[in-house]
Design a binder for this molecule. Structure first.
Ligand code: SF4
Length: 415
């Protein structure tokens, strides 16, 4: 392959709300995925109603960004009511593809809206090339591969099919097989396979012997208890060159439940990383010999995480890929404001912001500018020393920010 003609993979971002969709697009997503009120996992992600889907598609298409809709529940008969109407609505709304895991929903989609692309959800567990060929024979136009695959296996599937391949490469992991899990149902009655997981894999567990009820033995000796099912988060930042060399078509970020600040920071990071790699290739460098500069890892460290793992990419995960001592997200920086207008610099606070705070402006392309807040004026025109989440304030900064962009994020270090 001529290295200068290597196809760049699509950067596919989660859009759990309209604001997150706008933020993902602002920071450079090529495509977004979102769920409707029906038929979608992530029931608590603030999914889109029909007017919201139309609005999302219109905004995305204005910005040359594609929109995929999740219809990825494991359906029971009663779940199929109104499915055909919903599919026709999605076609008429102009969505670019459907993300499906259930073969029955796939069948009905092909019968009802054959013109729409069908992406097979990771929940369908494509782990081998024969499975990939099977789903392609059923009309699937893109395969989101199972998360339990190594680079060699992804490459073997690439060799077996020309169909588009999508890989989850960043975000939270389930300890169950590609999300097939009943833990939540047993503990809380909330069904993970209907999009309502209560995440009991993140709970702290102890051991009880049958004849000693009420005596709780620690499974790991640690005063904070143990989190035996708590996986670290997936991060394949350093594997981007390998995935590009294989010819993966789309790189998917997990996180429709994550915050606007998280989505913006992650999309920004990966947009810049992919563009940097693209520039290297365009300059004639072999993709496999590219190593991302260290500033990408430094930026990654500022984004909340339960710790990182590359999961199965070099073989089955080991104990170090779990996080036993805590299930809390470690976060040293937090988004503190969103730019509403550039001049005057009006921001909506997303965390407590005080006069004198040092904050970072997250521009596109990894541009990061550190400024101090020298004064704040609230919407009534009064000078204030503090803005609480939700407050809108005009801020003055030192140094002066020459060209902040609407939709950009400010963040600050947590104490
Ligand atoms: S309980 Fe944990 S492993 Fe099971 S579906 Fe929910 S997040 Fe995944």
């Amino acid at each position: 392959m001529d290295p200068k003609k290597m196809k760049m993979p699509e950067l596919l971002a989660p859009a759990g709300s309209y604001e997150k969709l706008v933020t993902a697009i602002h920071y450079g997503a090529d495509a977004v995925y979102l769920g409707g009120k029906q038929f979608s996992l992530r029931a608590r992600a603030g999914n889109f109603d029909q007017a919201g889907i139309r609005r999302a598609v219109a905004y995305a298409h204005e910005n040359d960004v594609r929109v995929y809709i999740t219809i990825n529940i494991f359906a029971h008969n009663q779940d199929l009511d109104n499915l055909r109407d919903y599919l026709c609505f999605l076609r008429d709304a102009g969505v670019d593809g459907l993300i499906i895991s259930d073969p029955g929903i796939l069948l009905i989609a092909r019968e009802t809206v054959p013109e729409l692309e069908i992406h097979l959800s990771t929940q369908a567990n494509v782990t081998n090339e024969a499975s990939a060929r099977f789903w392609v024979s059923q009309g699937v136009t893109r395969l989101n591969l199972a998360r339990e695959l190594g680079l060699d296996e992804i490459n073997q599937i690439r060799q077996a099919t020309d169909t588009e391949l999508e890989v989850f490469f960043h975000g939270a992991l389930c300890i169950s097989y590609s999300g097939r899990c009943m833990l939540s149902n047993y503990f809380t009655g909330r069904d993970a396979n209907q999009g309502d997981c209560s995440q009991p894999c993140r709970y702290s567990y102890k051991l009880v012997e049958e004849k000693r009820p009420g005596q709780y033995f620690p499974v790991v000796e640690d005063e904070r208890g143990t989190y035996i099912f708590n996986s670290r988060d997936l991060c394949l930042l350093q594997r981007l060159p390998d995935l590009m060399a294989i010819g993966v078509d789309s790189l998917k970020i997990e996180g429709r439940m994550k915050s606007m600040g998280y989505v913006g920071a992650i999309v920004r990071l990966y947009r810049a990383a992919l563009d940097w790699l693209g520039d290297q290739v365009a300059a004639g460098k072999a993709i496999t010999s590219c190593t991302l500069p260290v500033y990408f890892s430094k930026e990654l460290a500022k984004i909340g995480t339960r710790g990182w793992t590359e999961n199965f990419i070099e073989g089955p995960p080991k104990s170090g890929d779990m996080q036993y001592d805590s299930s809390r997200t470690q976060q040293s920086w937090a988004p503190v404001g969103l730019v509403c207008t550039a001049s005057p610099l009006l921001i909506e606070a997303r965390n407590v912001l005080e006069t004198g705070d040092q904050i970072e402006y997250l521009g596109k392309n990894m541009e990061t500018i550190i400024v101090s807040v020298t004064s704040m004026t609230n919407e009534a025109g009064d000078q204030v020393e503090r803005a609480n989440p939700g407050n809108k304030v005009i801020i003055d900064t030192d140094p002066f920010l020459p060209s902040p962009e609407k939709g950009s994020i400010f963040r600050k270090k947590l104490r």
